[in-house]
Structures are given as C-alpha cells and as structure tokens.
Design a binder for this molecule. Structure first.
Ligand code: SF4
Ligand code: FES
Length: 327
C-alpha cells in the first residue's frame, strides 16, 4: 500500500499503522509516542501524543479525515496522505496534548531518577510550551513500595498503561492495574499486594516517566554520569541480553537494552536485573552506542570520532580555515 507522510511516499504491507509507516521512513517524520510500545500488544491509543492529520483518506476516497487521528491506532489505506511535522495545526494540537500530560505531573526533574531518560521530559522540550496555565493544585499521592525492588511515585504517572500491559502479557496473576476513572485514575496494587514475579522489573523499563523506579538504583547517580555497557549471560529465564550502567568499577543498575525508539528489545528477568551486579556475572560486549538524542550519549568516547567529523563538515561548509593555515 502506498502512503505519503510529510511528502515522502512509502510502500507498506496491509495492516501497517500510520505510526509504523512513519517509523519506516525515519525519525524526521515519526510522531512521538508516550503510550504505544511495539513489543506490547494492544498498547497505544491512550495519550494522543502521536496524532497526525490525514489530508486524504485514500485514493478511493480522497476526503480528509475530519479531525486529527492517533497514528498508532490508525491503519494506512492505499493512497493515504498524512501530515505530521508539516502541519502547523498538528504541532499546535500536540502542544495542547503535552500541556494536558503535564497538568498533574510534578516538575521535580532535578530530583527525579528518570531525568535524562524521561520521554515526557524530551517531549516537553520538543513539543511543549514553556509555561503552564494550571491554577489549581496538582494531585498528590504518597510514594509507595510495590514489592521490595520497585517504587511507585504515582504523582508522576501519565496513565499510559504500559506497565499494566507488561503485567498482563509477561507475568501470571497480575496484581496491579488502573483503579478509578478520569482525573482520579491511579496505578495501584489491589489492596497492598506486592508485585513479585520473575518479570515484574520490566514495568520500570517501560514506564516513560519516573513513576516506577528501581529501588536498588534510586538516588545513587544521575544517569548521565554513568557509562552504559552491553553485556549478556547464559540465563534460563530470559535471553540474558542486558545493559549494565557503570560508575567506575561498580555496576549501579541493570536494564533491558532499548532500541532507537526507546523501547526494550528483549524483556529481562528479575534475576538478571536485580541479582547480577558484579562484572564477573557478565560477558561484556562493549560500550553501548546510544543513537537517540539523549544526555546519556554525552561524553561517551564512541561518539567522539563522529562528532569530530560533523564539526569538520560544518567548518568546511562555513568556510573556516584550519588553525595551522591561519596567517
Ligand atoms: S506507572 Fe508508568 S508505565 Fe504505569 S501507567 Fe503510569 S506512566 Fe505508564
Ligand atoms: S502513542 Fe498513540 S495514543 Fe499514545
């Protein structure tokens, strides 16, 4: 099926969503996402971050769709024409979505463990406005432990449902979910249950904000001062492919490896995540190559050469002289 997104045409199989088609083209046209997660079935459709304008429904019916659609839940049609970054209306509408997502979200980035790898932080820099118009008090919850390894900071939750999908699809006997409706909705365990199963730690990795954090890592270090390294081990419960986060010689935390869209490639078990914090537990593959625009990529020597090449290209384009050739 042929679909055109921001003026770029691509051929995709039937059943592809607009978001998937946009991701096939690349980052320049792919809408941001806060609830969709390609590895979790039925995710998406909650946050409206990924909305786009369909200016032509299909070749057979060239009428535009009457309002913006969630690209993660809308399948492409033959001859569909879509606008994302080329539509000023969509950019304006997305600012509104960001404002709603931030409505109850505390601005505690300086003390939040997710800072530096928070999707909402990136989203608000890229698509938000600098001011909030909220005049009322934000909702507040107690920070609670759900199990001995996971902390729930409900104030920061944006109701994306990713953790619920993880619990539904990766574990037996789900004990947590969303309670209540609308503004009062909250992620919670059913009457103080703890989340204890082999894959429960994955809720930490999928949470786009700092609502679910790793108690073994909390407040130990800002993430941009750590060094991510890819490693694996022979594990009976999961594939054992992980990312180790070093500070000096110490492994401060273990997470799943994330791809260029910020999604975990393989979900990992709690044994790999919480119990294997010695270098001797792992076969080290080498420093992680961070492709995403992120503070995590700062100061990592694997990028130094790329950076040098970019600077030299820019200097050439601007007509800079080499220092040793200056009069
Ligand atoms: S706790 Fe995190 S993953 Fe779960 S719904 Fe809230 S924001 Fe999403
Ligand atoms: S990513 Fe599509 S609605 Fe949230």
């Amino acid at each position: 099926m042929k679909v055109t997104i921001d003026g770029i045409e691509i051929d995709v199989p039937k059943g592809t969503t607009i978001l998937q088609a946009a991701r096939m083209i690349g980052h320049e046209v792919a809408p941001p996402t806060m609830c969709y997660y390609s590895k979790l079935k039925t995710s998406g459709g909650y946050c409206r971050t990924c909305l786009v304008k369909v200016t032509q429904g299909s070749a057979a019916n060239p009428n535009p769709m009457p309002k913006p659609v969630a690209s993660c839940r809308t399948e492409v049609m033959e001859g569909m024409v879509v606008q994302n970054v080329t539509s000023p209306d969509i950019l304006e509408a997305r600012k509104g979505v960001v404002e709603f997502l931030l409505l109850n979200h505390p601005l505690d980035c300086p003390v939040c463990d997710q800072a530096g790898e928070c999707d909402l932080q990136d989203l608000s820099y890229g698509h938000g406005t600098e001011k909030s118009r909220l005049e009322f008090k934000k909702r507040e919850y107690e920070v609670i432990d759900i199990g001995n390894k996971i902390k729930l900071h409900m104030n920061r939750c944006i109701h994306c449902y990713r953790c619920v999908k993880v619990a539904e699809q990766l574990t037996d006997g789900r004990v947590h979910g969303m309670m209540h409706r609308g503004d009062a909705s909250e992620i919670t365990t059913y009457i103080e249950n703890v989340i204890e199963n082999d894959f429960s730690g994955n809720v930490i990795d999928v949470c786009p904000v700092g609502a679910l954090t790793d108690k073994t890592f909390r407040f130990k270090q800002r993430v941009w001062f750590t060094k991510p390294v890819d490693a694996h081990r022979d594990c009976k419960k999961c594939k054992g492919n992980v990312r180790l986060w070093y500070k000096g010689e110490d492994i401060l935390r273990v997470t799943g490896r994330k791809d260029e869209w910020g999604e975990v490639e393989d979900f990992i078990c709690n044994e790999c995540r919480f119990d294997k914090k010695k270098t001797s537990d792992w076969v080290i593959e080498g420093p992680t190559k961070v492709n995403r625009h992120s503070v995590i990529s700062q100061n990592h020597y694997t990028h130094l050469n790329e950076l040098k090449v970019q600077i030299m290209k820019q200097q050439k384009a601007l007509g800079f002289m080499k220092i040793d050739k200056r009069p």
